[in-house]
Design a protein around this ligand. Structure first.
Ligand SMILES: Nc1ncnc2c1ncn2[C@@H]1O[C@H](COP(=O)(O)OP(=O)(O)OP(=O)(O)O)[C@@H](O)[C@H]1O
Ligand SMILES: [Mg+2]
Length: 771
């Protein structure tokens, strides 16, 4: 051993490459990585079964041989026989001391095994570094001990698993045990926290609102845009100027008042951005969606509505962030009593007291003794709740066939359309007395509904692994939706609830007879800063992998918190991984609220990211080109679905414009496009029956087509191309209808075919071919 060391020292002194002997420096191996730039991280996406073992996330990085190592060791100590080498390496691996030392250095059995295989392969396949060569020679000659291999092995292991150098740092960054400490401004205040607990329709939001309205400043945070819009209208009507902030929209109270003075209708009030001359002075009161809550402003009163959503697997983090971080003198939480205990415990961690005020339902809610059975039995004030769009379409069509006008609300409709439909239904003078809706109306919203009819009781839910499965709705969901019937102050003094199918009624009765599920944990989500620190330590990891590793290494106090589902984030991260972007921008893009089931939206999102990465501004012209603007009125349901996707794209543009203002310059113009499209969609919804009729006609023409309207791929460019009558054959029509080719592709194909048919002068053809 001593002999070997002197030789190495001699080499070191005679100025051979210092990196070959990193163990001679005080900073052992970690500098090695940077100077040679050899290390990279390769991470695979976790499979669900890997989640129990975080380190299964790490796969070894191939360690390249150092070109300077060639034959140097051999020159000093002679050639090593492979057999001897193998014997020594295997002996090394079998020593229990090695296992112990490895564990001390962060290598569990699984990593140790992988690292050893990599080390052995490296030793057998490449020229050994001189220091290792000499050490092995020493061991073979009895001048060294097999344990002496450990520093070399560890050096290799750290190259193969670079996280070993920074595991402690990573764990520290993702230590999420005390999220209350992330918000020092809020912690510097002692906030008065009031929990308004009670069943639906008991005046929880109303009482919190009263306090909000009389305060000098306030913020309302709600789960839905529609609900934030309701509060925005209520506050402004009551004379408290209030702005509206959702992910895509900043609507100022000054605009509301201007529009009010111009005596416009409430429907038109949803389009205030047409006027952009007015000076935008932020009001002291704001209504926003909870994700948009600003933690930088101090308010006298803050309301966090539907606080039980803190336990939502996807969005719960936004409620946690709001409750821990809002700078308010008074914090009003409204929601189900099932989350009181959790909130109490969270308040213990912030050292604040919780006052609980309980409320009783203001009107009676009766479960009917029989199911609806048939749509013939639909009455004035009924709202049929469906959990998928196909049911929405078929139910609304069937009701209109019975001569009743229907209002339709579902999640992907533009806000203006939703509001117009809600107003049409609420208006006592309107002929529309029946509503068909999804659970987009389920939380907090006040509509003039007499009876809720559950068309079905199963809905797709995201389970803990992030997979979607069909399940019976939760007690809380059943109570929330049923609670829309017989709202206090509406035309109906008593609310009723039933199911469409007789066989569902018993289940519904059971669901409604129980108290809402207890919420025991609050959601958390990594912040941009935390992921940035991760990226600093693991510079070659993809953002999706960083998120995976973060989720697996993080420490969460699971008596209070859980890590929210990150599948949506990772989906986008993987989609844009190949596009060059700074990490912060990449993170923001991955937070975009996108329905990843919509291929058109995803494809346009990717185009936006590419354009951004090229540093080319995303102008209105560019966007119009992407979405084939202008768009005609829908003729079929597929057209409508496509228009909704285009609306999502415009929303996405606006959402991004608030994060990357320089690159998305045409906010006002895109807003105008949105307003125009909202009106087109609104018209489509008003004529939904006609669209359904037309769609059925298309289906009849394509008998082998899937009859599920909503599951059909939305057609880019819409079906209007099919109605032009310029398509020659049925095959082309069918290909477009099935979304296999776009109308643009078809047009090009037709042009190409026409060109091919035309006999061209020989010389020109040749010229073309040369090109
Ligand atoms: N004391 C009151 N005076 C006048 N109107 C009231 C009063 N309390 C409640 N309301 C009205 O009753 C309706 C239901 O009240 P609110 O929305 O506050 O119920 P909630 O308990 O928050 O219901 P949910 O759980 O569904 O959100 C609202 O239209 C509200 O304005
Ligand atoms: Mg409420």
């Amino acid at each position: 051993m001593y002999k070997g060391f002197t030789k190495i020292l001699a080499l070191y002194r005679c100025n051979k490459i210092q990196n070959v002997y990193p163990f001679l420096t005080s900073n052992v191996i970690c500098t090695h990585r940077d100077k040679l730039g050899r290390l990279g991280y390769i991470f695979v996406r976790t499979k669900k079964h890997d989640r129990g073992h975080p380190l299964a996330l790490f796969v070894p990085v191939p360690v390249k041989p150092n070109p300077d190592d060639i034959n140097i060791g051999e020159e000093f100590t002679g050639r090593l026989k492979k057999q001897d080498l193998l014997k020594i390496l295997n002996k090394f691996y079998q020593k229990p001391e090695v296992r112990g030392l490895a564990a001390e250095n962060g290598l569990d059995d699984q990593l140790l095994h992988q690292a050893f295989l990599s080390f052995r392969r490296h030793c057998l396949e490449h020229d050994l570094p001189p220091d290792l060569h000499i050490t092995i020679s020493d061991i073979l000659q009895g001048a060294g001990h097999v344990d002496d291999l450990f520093p070399y092995f560890l050096r290799h292991a750290r190259q193969a698993f670079p996280h070993l150098d920074c595991l402690e740092d990573l764990k520290q960054i993702s230590d999420l045990r005390t999220p209350a400490n992330w918000y020092p401004e809020a912690r510097s205040k002692t906030r008065k926290i009031i929990f308004h607990a009670g069943p639906t329709n008991s005046g929880k939001t109303y009482h919190a609102m009263e306090r909000f309205l009389e305060a000098k400043s306030g913020v309302y945070c709600g789960p839905l845009k529609l609900l934030a819009t309701e509060i925005y209208h209520k506050a402004n009507k009551r004379g408290t100027p209030c702005d509206l902030i959702t992910g895509e929209e900043r609507r100022h109270a000054s605009l509301y008042n201007v529009l009010l003075n111009e005596q416009v209708t409430e429907t038109q009030e949803t389009e205030p951005f047409i006027s952009n001359e007015i000076e935008m002075t932020p009001s002291n009161h704001v209504a926003c969606t909870v994700e948009m809550t600003s933690l930088n402003h101090a308010y006298e009163v803050a309301i966090i509505d539907e606080i039980q959503m803190i336990g939502d697997r996807g969005r719960g983090w936004a409620w946690t962030r709001a409750i821990l971080g809002l700078q308010a003198e008074e914090l009003h939480l409204c929601g189900e009593a099932g989350s009181i205990e959790l909130i109490e415990e969270i308040c213990n961690t912030t050292g604040e007291e919780l006052e609980v005020r309980t409320y009783k339902r203001l009107t009676e809610l009766k479960v009917e003794h029989s199911a609806l059975g048939s749509l013939d039995n639909v009455k004035e004030g009924d709202c049929i709740v469906c959990f998928n769009k196909n049911d929405i379409y078929s139910v609304s069509r069937a009701i209109e066939q019975r001569g009743r006008e229907v209002a339709v609300i579902y999640g992907s409709l533009p806000p203006g359309t939703k509001l117009a439909q809600a107003n049409k239904f609420n208006d006592p003078n309107s002929a529309c007395k029946v509503m068909v809706a999804t659970d987009a109306i389920g939380l907090g919203i006040n509509l003039s509904i007499r009876r809720i009819i559950f068309y079905s009781l199963v809905k797709p839910v995201v389970n803990e692994d992030g997979d979607k499965e069909m399940d019976v709705i939760s007690i809380s969901q059943a109570l929330q939706i049923a609670g829309r019937a017989g709202r206090y102050g509406s035309a109906w003094e008593t609310g009723y609830v039933t199911t469409y199918k007789p066989e569902d009624l018993a289940t519904l009765k059971q669901l409604l007879s129980k108290p809402p599920d207890k919420v025991t944990q609050a959601g958390l989500h990594p912040t941009a800063e935390q992921l940035e620190l991760y990226a600093y330590h693991l510079p070659h990891a993809t953002l999706s992998s960083l998120m995976d590793i973060f989720v697996h290494l993080c420490t969460v106090d699971d008596s209070l918190y859980f890590m929210c589902n990150t599948e949506g984030f990772k989906f986008l991260a993987e989609m844009i991984q190949h596009v060059q972007l700074p990490l912060r921008a990449r993170y923001v893009f991955c937070c975009a609220p996108i329905n990843n089931k919509l291929p058109f939206v995803c494809a346009t999102f990717l185009k936006m990211v590419r354009q951004y990465s090229r540093n080319e501004p995303l102008t209105k012209n560019w966007l119009c080109n992407c979405v084939d603007w202008p768009l005609p009125s829908p003729k079929t349901i597929m057209d409508l679905v496509h228009l909704e996707s285009v609306f999502d794209v415009l929303e996405l543009y606006l959402w991004l414009s608030y994060r990357f203002a320089d690159m998305f310059p045409d906010v006002k113009l895109v807003r105008d496009m949105e307003t125009e499209l909202d009106a087109i969609i609104q018209q489509g919804i008003f004529q939904i029956t006609r669209l359904l009729r037309n769609s059925e006609q298309v289906f009849r023409d394509q008998p082998d087509e899937d009859t599920n309207i909503a599951s059909r791929r939305p057609l880019r460019g819409g079906s209007h191309y099919r109605h032009k009558g310029d398509d020659k054959g049925k095959l082309s029509e069918m290909l477009v209808a099935r979304g296999l080719i776009t109308p643009q592709m078809l047009k090009k194909l037709q042009q190409e075919l026409t060109v091919d048919k035309k006999p061209e002068p020989k010389s020109r053809n040749n010229r073309n071919r040369r090109k």
